[in-house]
Design a protein around this ligand. Structure first.
Ligand SMILES: Nc1nc(=O)c2c([nH]1)NC[C@@H]1CN(c3ccc(C(=O)N[C@@H](CCC(=O)O)C(=O)O)cc3)C=[N+]21
Length: 291
């Protein structure tokens, strides 16, 4: 058997087209959603993402604001910029690119963002809202994964899901989203006993580890839906966390890297910016882009 390849690039393009329509409808009311991206330091990989975020933001008709600060910027100066963006009515979404330089307190910086402008969904208020079933800004990567899963599988209720990885940006919010859709969720991590056996139980397997070829072909339950969140730069180019060639022999469907989760992450960032703009203006949430 060979798995269906889940085309995240195509799904993301459809999602952006759908967002662009809503942006046009807002323009008729004199509203242009704005997204501010803040990059501290000069990590070359981050530069690539920031540029492609800016391009796609403009493509859907939103305003893109970019702020580049040197790596040795004092934390106070970053906090002052965030305060200025919080107060700016043209800015509906604020993304501070992670990781930050080591001298900064990442949690303090994220929690300085106004929760309603926190389009990454990383603010502790948004994490709490998601976990308690309240209206939240939902982290982009897990939201994109959820959209791909719902598209492929329909309702997720009762499905057995295993999430490998417990980060605040992917693993934990991914588990919360699956739980909200009534899946049976297990979060696995570096201390999990007999991970291969656990994965073989999973009808839905999410790999968010950050290690190339970590998930092996014989860990995959036959017919499973496999979502590979990994973005690993190797000598052979960009690869995920899953041994793709081996896994696709057993999976029912699998996301590729590149062209899977990554493009959906950026599309969901734009979706969250649109949602933030709608909420700010007292308009209903855009259909199908929120939980
Ligand atoms: N506050 C914050 N929010 C983020 O969302 C955030 C961040 N910090 N720091 C860096 C990571 C990384 N990230 C990616 C988004 C899209 C692709 C993506 O579209 N990748 C393409 C390939 C791009 C390439 O070739 O390099 C793909 O998978 O097909 C990758 C990585 C968002 N991040």
């Amino acid at each position: 058997m060979s798995a269906e390849i889940i085309d995240g690039k195509a799904s993301a393009a459809r999602l952006r087209a759908r967002i662009a329509e809503d942006v046009r409808a807002l323009a008729a009311r004199g509203i242009t959603p704005g997204l501010a991206v803040v990059l501290v330091g000069e990590d070359p990989a981050s530069e690539v993402y920031v540029r492609s975020k800016g391009r796609m933001t403009r493509e859907v008709g939103m305003t893109s604001f970019e702020h580049r600060l040197p790596a040795d910027t004092p934390e106070d100066a970053l906090l002052a910029l965030i305060a200025q963006l919080n107060a700016d009515p043209a800015v509906n979404g604020i993304l501070v690119q992670l990781p930050l330089p080591r001298h900064m307190d990442e949690a303090a910086v994220i929690n300085a963002i106004a929760p309603e402008k926190d389009v990454d969904g990383f603010h502790v208020i948004n994490a709490g809202r998601l976990a308690t079933g309240q209206t939240a800004m939902v982290p982009c990567t897990p939201l994109g994964c959820l959209m791909l899963l719902r598209d492929r599988l329909g309702p997720l209720a009762g499905k057995r899901a295993v999430v490998i990885g417990r980060s605040n940006i992917v693993g934990k919010p991914m588990a919360q989203l699956l739980l909200r859709d009534s899946a049976t969720v297990t979060i696995a991590h570096s201390r999990t006993a007999d991970l291969p056996a656990l994965c073989r139980e999973a009808e839905i397997l999410i790999a968010a580890v950050g290690r190339p070829f970590f998930v092996q072909g014989d860990w995959i339950r036959p017919g499973a839906t496999v979502i590979d969140v990994g973005i690993n730069r190797t000598e052979d180019g960009l690869v995920g966390d899953v041994d793709f060639v081996a896994a696709r022999q057993r999976a029912g469907a699998i996301t590729p890297v590149p062209g899977g989760v990554g493009p959906m992450t950026i599309a969901c960032l734009l979706a969250n910016t649109l949602t933030a703009a709608a909420r700010t203006h007292g308009l209903p949430d855009p259909e199908g882009l929120t939980l």
